[in-house]
Design a protein around this ligand. Structure first.
Ligand SMILES: C[S@@+](CC[C@H](N)C(=O)[O-])C[C@H]1O[C@@H](n2cnc3c(N)ncnc32)[C@H](O)[C@@H]1O
Length: 330
């Protein structure tokens, strides 16, 4: 079972993991007085009580109850924060947005793990319908972000383009790599517009150049009736996360990846969540049709909820796979 540590707790609170999920783990160390005081210092120093007052209030209610039950001495300041500035905090409406902080510095939970985080402005209570899938960050993006920052490829001076970028987490996770340029694309113009706020909030200095533009799959091949423009030039690597969720879009996605691989891109890295066996079988079949002998699953995690790390994966997150598709040699 995962054990709560101070660093993990702070990271999970930033990611707004529910109190119920956190306190279902081994959290005995949290009852200690010194731990409570450290948490008070964190609450006072960070902006979390202003950014997510209802979430912190709910979290503290449960924390205080558990400390009381444990018989340990309670840090008065915890109670003061709970009864003071958080009093009257209201639950968000379904479409209300909050800043969520995701750890993307690599899997791991202690010393040596990079503290790289990305802030995303999103609606955490939104239940996604077909037009809102890009309004929240999906587990495959969080997984691929941490995977690529744990097992870095040779990014030096390269240009990466993301397909179906949604909130932009994956691209922003790569900003600490020595890339030349990152291009975030999505089919939705509204999502591309949202990205300017996200980029501003993450204030990336001294990193790669970042560009955002609309790119609808299926529009990059001059032989297609839907042709709008060819793939952007000089892209070395294409990345994408959770873009294989619907069988009806797989071929059009594959055509776009193929257009890139025929225009000089060396490789595509796609993270897929295995929610439905048939959809993933359809994706594998699309890969065979378009990229026979060029693709493989380079990494997979059967139970992401078991990952003991600063980033949090919900208990019932389905298997996540990382697919690598290589350009034809020669
Ligand atoms: C499930 S979301 C994943 C978003 C993000 N990659 C993540 O993992 O958090 C799928 C994304 O693909 C985009 N998308 C879906 N169909 C598309 C298409 N035909 N062309 C371009 N983007 C598309 C959606 O707008 C959405 O942002």
């Amino acid at each position: 079972m995962k054990v709560v540590s101070f660093d993990k707790l702070v990271s999970w609170v930033g990611q707004r993991v529910s109190a119920k999920e956190i306190f279902s783990l081994d959290h005995t160390c949290m009852n200690e007085y010194a731990f409570q005081q450290k948490f008070v210092d964190y609450l006072s120093a960070s902006r979390i009580t202003t950014v997510s007052p209802y979430y912190v209030q709910t979290f503290l209610r449960r924390y205080i109850e558990l400390i009381e039950r444990s018989g340990e001495e309670m840090a008065e300041e915890l109670y003061e924060i709970y009864c003071g500035e958080l009093l009257g905090a209201k639950q968000l409406d379904v479409s209300d947005k909050e800043v969520i902080t995701y750890h993307v510095g690599g899997f791991g939970s202690g010393a040596g793990t990079s503290d790289h985080t990305v802030k995303i402005y999103e609606a955490p209570r939104l239940i996604s319908g077909s037009n809102t899938t890009g309004l929240r960050t999906w587990e495959a993006a969080l997984y691929l972000s941490n995977y690529l920052n744990t097992h870095p490829y040779d990014w030096s001076g390269k240009t990466v383009l993301e397909l179906g970028g949604g909130t932009g987490l994956l691209s922003l996770a790569l900003t600490k790599q020595p890339l030349k340029e990152i291009i975030i694309t999505d089919g939705s113009a509204a999502l591309i517009d949202n990205l300017s706020e996200t980029l501003h909030m993450n204030a990336i200095d001294n990193g790669p150049t970042i560009k955002c533009h609309q790119l609808l799959w299926g529009t990059t091949n001059p032989n297609s009736p839907d042709f709008v423009q060819g793939p952007p030039a000089n892209v070395d690597v294409v990345v994408a996360a959770d873009v294989t969720y619907d069988s009806s879009i797989l071929d059009v996605l594959a055509t776009t990846i193929s257009d890139f691989l025929q225009s000089g891109t060396k490789m595509a890295l796609i993270a897929a969540t295995v929610r439905n066996e048939q959809t993933i079988a359809d994706w594998n079949a699309s890969l065979d049709r378009w990229f026979d002998g060029q693709w493989s699953v380079v990494n997979s995690c059967a139970v992401p909820g078991d990952i003991d790390s600063l980033c949090w994966f919900r208990e019932r997150t389905p298997e996540i796979r990382v697919y690598e598709i290589r350009a034809k040699l020669g």
